[in-house]
Design a protein around this ligand. Sequence first.
Ligand code: CA
Length: 404
Amino acid sequence: MDPLDIVGNLDKIKPVYQPIVSAIRHNIIGYEVLGRYDNGDQWLSLGDFFHDTDVPDDFKVEVDQHLLHIAITEMLELNREGLLFINRNAKQLLVNDGEDLLQTLIMFEEKGFAMNRIVIEVTEHDFDEDFEILNHLLLYYKTYGVQIAVDHVGAKSSNIDRIRQLEPHILKIDTTIIRKNKTEGFQDIMYSLSLLARRIGSALLFENIEEDYQLYFGWKHGGRYYQGYYLARPEFGLTSEDALAVNVGEKVTEYITREKALIEERLTYLLHWEQRVKDLLPRFDGTKKADSFIELVTNQFDEESFRMYVCNSDGQQVSSNFRKLDDIWEIESNKKGSNWSFRPYFLENMVQMRTWSRGILSDIYSDIETREMIRTFSYPLSDQHFLFIDIRYSFIYDNESLLI
Ligand code: CA
């Protein structure tokens, strides 16, 4: 496609709208606006035109302005509520100091389309150049109520610091990265991104959802909004809820049922494990006999655990390490005296255990020694003594409820 053909034939260009669905009420809260070009035979995506760095930025501005005019006019004519998500790259925004877009939005505001219904999507790789100027411009737009989204978050290395500076209203997470066997690494990225989003008050939007497991992933990882072919393709008309390809409410009900069952199953493990230790508790006789007590515990956790020890309330290890090597529990007495209070949540968990007289199951983490993903079950033996039972990965892996 010749860019000149496109700019010279604006009458052959129309917007399509892809619905964005909310996790809260499962309704459509807005549409992302994309461009289509009629070449005589078919409607082609304008993606290539917009992504081509050889196309002059003012061409792109002109086409985008045209699409925006049509989109807002249609929303107003059809009396549609909700947001319009529009894509703009940094260079395009900076043409004429971003005044074209602003003036258009001011004009439409007078016609009844509030500025806070516009969400500008900027992509992360736009941050590489001119970040300060872009940040400044977006702050300026924000003062008018315009919302900002960062597109394709997590696709490449994330500019965490710049996202933090920008404080966007929405982070759009690209779920094409999630392929069933690759979720593990992405889960770690998601963990950091959702912490960041909470800190700066951004909502997570999961896009490019094409299959059920991607929607499930988005729901499970705190996605407030969803978008993708699995829900609806971009259409010339403004799709309504009953035309969505799946019933999001029903889907979420499935996920809730599944998730609750897994949590209950996990708690059942915890209760069993607590009971096993409780039954042995009358035989716990203080620090000096900690090792002989652990020996009793190893029999009870032979299948689940590969390592256990006892610490006092200052985090100091008062027993040997019991470690299972080739099916035999070895005693490593040189570990006695180690202090573990520096580990994340250690003191917090210890006080919790003591206060509630309950065991705690940690989340999944990578063991520093073995590099294996493990969990730790801990239990208060007394006000001063705490038993730590490391659960081996193969056991976790065989029990789905322990993987979440
Ligand atoms: Ca986009």
